[in-house]
Design a protein around this ligand. Sequence first.
Ligand SMILES: NC(=O)c1ccc[n+]([C@@H]2O[C@H](COP(=O)([O-])OP(=O)(O)OC[C@H]3O[C@@H](n4cnc5c(N)ncnc54)[C@H](O)[C@@H]3O)[C@@H](O)[C@H]2O)c1
Length: 360
Amino acid sequence: MAKTVAFIGTGRKAEKASLSGYAMAYTHAQGYEALDDVEMVAACDLVQENVDAFAERWGIGQTFEDYHEMLAQVQPDIVSICTWPHLHEQMTIDCARAGVGLIYCEKPMADTIGGARRMLQACDEAGTMLCFNHQRRYGAPFRMAKEMLDAGRIGKLQRIEWGGSNIYDYGSHNFDMAQYFNDETPPEWIMAQVDYHTESYWFGAHNENACLGLIAYENGVFGLVATGDMQGVVACHNKLVGSDGVIELGSAAEGAGALRVRSAGESEWERIDTDGEGMHAQEYINRAIADSVNAFLTGGRSMMDAHNAIHGTEAIFGCWESARLRARVDVPIEAEDNALNAMVEDAQLDPRPEAAKETS
Ligand SMILES: NC(=O)c1ccc[n+]([C@@H]2O[C@H](COP(=O)([O-])OP(=O)(O)OC[C@H]3O[C@@H](n4cnc5c(N)ncnc54)[C@H](O)[C@@H]3O)[C@@H](O)[C@H]2O)c1
């Protein structure tokens, strides 16, 4: 019998997605629609017209405003959580306790590191598989980069570098990719600084304007993250630096393409054909959902598993924690909260809205 799928937070499909409404549930639904062994049966949103439009688009029979009611009445096998990050923890824990078998939740894991740990613990205790939508692992450029790395194309991996707008919302993907490239090795310690003076909200959460961080992994590999104004120092999405060469993904250099490699001593880059795939694609979400559902059905483990995602999440919160303590921090960090939020709340950081800055 087909496994039943329900959604929490359908969003409203807009012509152009924005940082306050991507309607990621639609991208998840596309993933489930491609599968034979699942059936989308219920959806829930606080906004009635959102859930109605979603149900109509995907042919879903039951709609709810209250997700507790949906869990109790429908008892779904699988739940996609597509709400903003500060809601993920409670919703995940409630789903696990309601007996959901697979939770496929949007990234970032939670709005505090303690919340991320509690979600994972609740799911482990309930025997629930918890996955996060870090879909890039299923993109050809990323997979091919990992294959080249594993084949020794750049020698021994020494350093992973990544850029991007921030370490949390967008950065969640890059920290997760670092785990992927580094064989899921946990971070050991972190030293970082952040700059946050212009208010930056992504899906209801503070994100720093710039961060420069050094992450030491347990296997001796280093991570270097540079976000916001500082991302130019990396100048690509992800860079793998080895003893014998460099691999770059999504380089800002003209004509670089999605993936290129250069061996030590060579002046020319070799551009790799990625079959038309770039940094982003709906297809990556389809593959990630297919793999997660397959792992759930067969008792396997997907790359999207929270036991992988937690290490990147520890590193994200570790960067902010290092800035708060003005110190190198060991991972797992002792703090349970969100150091960036705490620094804003006690006025150590004073991010002002863009408009207020312009008039001051
Ligand atoms: N994986 C990716 O590439 C990617 C891309 C963009 C966004 N995201 C992430 O997706 C997540 C969701 O963002 P979005 O922009 O799709 O959200 P959205 O704003 O489009 O939709 C969220 C919906 O949740 C509903 N909601 C809020 N509280 C609820 C509750 N208690 N019960 C039921 N419904 C509730 C809201 O009414 C809203 O319709 C965020 O964590 C974001 O970071 C991921």
